[in-house]
Design a protein. Structure first.
Length: 285
């Protein structure tokens, strides 16, 4: 009887655990399901309706979306966002990995102080630097260009990603550097051929977060971009609200759903490499 009671108790616990997991999953997925359902509703049925999916779904929101926004093709917004996202990924990976290599592999005076100051920049709110940066780029006549949005990525200003790579490189044995030096490798060759391949998990993690942050960025493009032809997807969503404050909710939600696809594809494409890299990044031998 005791064994039967134990089996029943474990079965009840397993059922409760799965029920709780399904409840959490439902809460997490509800906003996505709502967006999908709202994109198939007429504009006047979206606000105030408690029905998740319409009884008579329509595709007018997507058909109008394919025609563009304010005579601007939808591909323009997606192309601009893709350019900024890819450019940000390249800049962050290149500059942050180089800065991390310098902090972990090169001994120079003031290294600890500089690293502390860099970590200290994480405490600065973005809005504190917004006005000085805007004034600087305005004096340089770089407003309404993509330079203010990309320049910092190539100068290792994202302290979080530098710190992430520093922590990862610190776990790599220094014997690898010594062996590379014996083979005649300098710092640049050691960085490119030895350290960088072993940092693939940190690089892919940084790439995923950088791409998502750049794709979803609203404040930066709003401050520095003035021409609708240069708008990103996040600013394109703003154009669904006219000057009288009337919003085309159907088109806005349909574009929001379409805007999720590149981020989802990027994450799924690199997720396998992230998991494989974390599983195989241990040093052998």
């Amino acid at each position: 009887m005791s064994a039967l009671a134990t089996i029943r108790r474990r079965g009840a616990g397993s059922i409760a655990w799965h029920a709780g997991a399904l409840a959490v999953l439902a809460v997490v997925l509800y906003p996505v399901l709502w967006v999908i359902g709202a994109s198939l509703k007429p504009n006047d049925e979206i606000v105030g309706s408690l029905q998740l999916f319409p009884t008579d779904p329509i595709t007018d929101n997507y058909r109008h979306l394919a025609q563009g926004i304010a005579d601007i093709p939808l591909s323009t917004f997606f192309g601009n966002s893709l350019f900024l996202a890819v450019g940000s990924v390249v800049g962050v990976l290149a500059s942050s990995s180089l800065a991390a290599y310098a902090f972990t592999r090169i001994g120079f005076a003031g290294r600890g102080v500089l690293f502390t100051l860099m970590i200290g920049t994480l405490l600065l709110p973005y809005h504190v630097l917004l006005i000085p940066q805007y004034v600087l780029f305005q004096k340089l006549e770089l407003v309404n260009t993509y330079t203010p949005l990309l320049l910092g990525k190539y100068l290792a200003t994202d302290a979080f990603f530098v710190f992430l790579m520093v922590q990862f490189m610190r776990n790599l044995p220094k014997e690898l550097d010594e062996a590379a030096r014996l083979d005649g490798c300098g710092h640049l060759r050691t960085y490119w051929s030895i350290v960088l391949p072993l940092c693939r998990p940190a690089l892919i993690t940084s790439a995923i977060f950088t791409f998502i942050n750049a794709w979803n960025d609203f404040m930066g493009p709003l401050i520095y971009l003035n021409e609708p032809e240069k708008y990103t997807v996040s600013l394109g969503l703003k154009m669904f609200v006219d000057q009288d404050g009337v919003a085309n909710y159907g088109g806005m939600i349909a574009m929001s759903l379409v805007a999720l696809l590149p981020v989802l594809v990027f994450f799924l494409a690199f997720q396998r490499y992230l998991i494989d890299g974390m599983a195989t990044s241990g040093l052998k031998g």
